[in-house]
Design a protein. Structure first.
Length: 184
């Protein structure tokens, strides 16, 4: 049986290995056949003390798999186009504090990532209630009350996000052969 957080470690280790083997740049094929060279940047890890301080300051409980991520990289940018940049950022603890001042309007939710006008959200109350599928997504301008469940935890989301090379895979069920050409 896998330990909570082990998928995070393996996923990030493999991504960093791919980057290292390719001089820090990997080729990505995104939706509709677009190919570009991507870079990823990782922050220094968060310490146990920083994680504890964050939880005490906010009153939020961080999930174990998310803590595993923070202990590897306290935030990162993924799949930035090497020429033009990108819009995929997983926030550091400091950024979460800065941009989530109300911590989910008392609902225990907080944004942990910005991906092309979507936010990935942890519902700390769901995690505290032992619900395994505590991750949500919403448009970056929507309130937390409009967030939709992703049906997974952080490490499953991270693994799938990296496998999909930065694509918003949570949108894929929306597109069908009947509506794809109208929606894109």
């Amino acid at each position: 049986m896998l330990a909570e957080g082990s998928i995070v470690k393996q996923t990030l280790h493999s991504l960093k290995k791919r980057l290292e083997e390719n001089s820090g740049v990997i080729q990505i094929q995104s939706e509709q056949g677009h190919i570009y060279k991507a870079v990823c940047t990782f922050n220094d890890p968060a310490s146990d003390g920083e994680i504890t301080e964050f939880e005490q300051k906010t009153g939020l409980l961080l999930p174990r798999d998310y803590k595993a991520f923070l202990k590897i990289t306290n935030g990162c940018r993924l799949f930035d186009d090497s020429e033009y940049g990108g819009e995929i950022e997983l926030y550091s603890l400091a950024q979460i504090l800065e941009w989530n001042g109300d911590y989910g309007e008392g609902e225990g939710c907080f944004d942990i990532a910005y991906i092309y006008q979507d936010n990935i959200v942890i519902d700390s109350k769901q995690y505290a209630e032992n619900q395994k599928n505590y991750l949500l997504w919403k448009s970056h301008i929507d309130p937390f009350s409009e967030a939709e469940p992703l049906g997974m935890n952080f490490e499953l989301w991270l693994d799938r996000f990296i496998m999909s090379q930065g694509a918003k895979f949570w949108w894929w069920p929306i597109y069908t052969a009947e509506n794809y050409y109208k929606l894109t």
